[in-house]
Design a protein around this ligand. Structure first.
Ligand code: SIN
Length: 288
């Protein structure tokens, strides 16, 4: 079957059919990369991937990045330190086999608290609850393109502080001192509007809301500006909610999308395996 790319929404996402990610030609991989740059995330249904297959496919995009430090450190399947487990399931000793539990995970870009955040992340669905646990994506290039000029002007030439204290589930990262002061909290400064290194397209780059701060403004001005920018960016017209099926793999461009997750029943099981690809460069400011 030939590879086919179908847009999911005008703002973000494409579904790619006709490929087996465990047996992928170089020609098909090149088409996947092009679609990924263009649409922000790509979805593949019905895949059957071992952890080795997931790693092999991930490595085609670049060097793997180690998993994030979460509420219980870095939890990986035995023998697979480059895979990050997102799960609410407990092992026989009652310890979580993964991170983020069953609660909501708020909008974020992965690991933007680093100077060079990952270029890409992939999530592969192994076990799913009957309802809930949908993952939402937000197209930040479309959000920037449609942003009112007055809001763009307030962000022009500014950097945003990205917090590394709390993860998207609201948990304190292991070994980190709690803080709600953006100036004291660990993290990184990045341009509020970046340019994609491969396509040259400008994109909003917000990271996560908590402990965020726009440089050059008073704390109150920064909060008001961030509230306005976040309200604009997360409008339904820029977002898509993905209802998972076992065997789905979603690969997102971490530079041009944000994602969040709906909560689900704590008594249901959800197991996802994730990889991320090292940042090839620090985010670059959009000059216009
Ligand atoms: C994540 O933020 O990487 C996890 C998203 C999810 O569990 O769907």
């Amino acid at each position: 079957m030939a590879l086919k790319v179908s847009q999911v929404t005008p703002a973000v996402g494409a579904e790619i059919s006709g490929v087996d990610l465990a047996r992928l030609s170089d020609i098909d991989f090149a088409d996947i990369e092009t679609a990924w740059h263009r649409h922000g995330f790509v979805l593949f249904r019905g895949q059957t991937l071992s952890d080795d297959d997931l790693l092999a496919f991930s490595r085609r995009l670049g060097e793997l990045d180690p998993p994030p430090n979460q509420e219980r450190g870095r939890i990986s399947p035995p023998g697979y330190p480059d895979i990050y487990v997102v799960s609410n399931v407990l092992d026989e000793k009652g310890d979580p086999i993964g991170a983020l539990g069953a609660g909501e995970a708020v909008w974020h870009t992965d690991m933007s608290y680093l100077d060079a955040p990952p270029d890409a992340s992939m999530l592969y669905a192994l076990e799913l609850p009957p309802t809930g646990g949908d993952t939402w994506f937000c197209g930040m290039q479309a959000a920037f393109a449609a942003m009112p000029e007055a809001l763009k002007a307030k962000l022009r030439g500014r950097r945003i502080k990205h917090d590394g204290t709390y993860n998207s589930g609201g948990y304190l990262r292991q070994g980190v001192t709690p803080s709600d002061d953006p100036h004291q909290a660990p993290g990184a400064w990045h341009p509020a509007v970046c340019v994609h290194p491969d396509t040259g397209v400008p994109t909003l780059y917000l990271g996560r809301r908590r402990n965020s701060y726009v440089e050059g403004y008073s704390p109150a001005e920064s909060e008001a500006l961030l509230d306005a920018v976040w309200a604009h960016a997360t409008q339904p017209r820029f977002t898509y909610a993905h209802r998972w099926r076992v065997g789905d793999l979603v690969m997102w461009d971490n530079r041009t999308t944000m994602h969040r997750r709906d909560p689900f029943d704590t008594t249901a099981r959800r197991i996802m395996h994730r990889t991320q690809i090292k940042g090839s460069a620090q985010p670059v400011a959009y000059a216009a």
